[in-house]
Design a protein around this ligand. Structure first.
Ligand SMILES: [Zn+2]
Length: 122
């Protein structure tokens, strides 16, 4: 009985985590590049209304595919340390990938992020 209740609670927690991620990803896809840069740099999403249904490219995805995407993203973020996250905020990609045309690193972003991290090098 206790195991069954614990399993139900764990399932509900996972469902809640999935729904929170789903909401976040829909908001992320609905943002412009400028808003995403502010969000990435400050870690604060600028206040905007929720995207309307049909405005996100993931609105038409099947739930099973969404859950697969969620699990892939969880694996991508698992085990990341503070330095990895700071690098990601500065560059827009993980440290194991070389800087390329999609790299967002600029001196201005570096100064902003260092300020947010209390002067630590990024
Ligand atoms: Zn880079």
């Amino acid at each position: 009985m206790a195991t069954t209740s614990r399993n139900r609670i764990e399932r509900l927690e996972r469902e809640l985590e999935f729904r929170a991620w789903d909401r976040l990803i829909r908001r992320r896809f609905a943002r412009t590049r400028a808003v995403l840069e502010v969000w990435t740099t400050t870690t604060q999403c600028p206040e905007r209304p929720e995207p309307l249904p049909g405005m996100s490219p993931i609105d038409n995805m099947e739930r099973e595919d969404l859950r697969k995407l969620w699990k892939e993203e969880q694996q991508e973020w698992a085990g990341r340390n503070r330095e990895d996250l700071a690098f990601f905020c500065l560059h827009g990609h993980w440290p194991e990938r070389a800087c390329g045309t999609e790299c967002m690193k600029t001196q201005e972003r570096e100064r902003e992020i260092q300020g947010l991290l209390g002067g630590s090098n990024v």
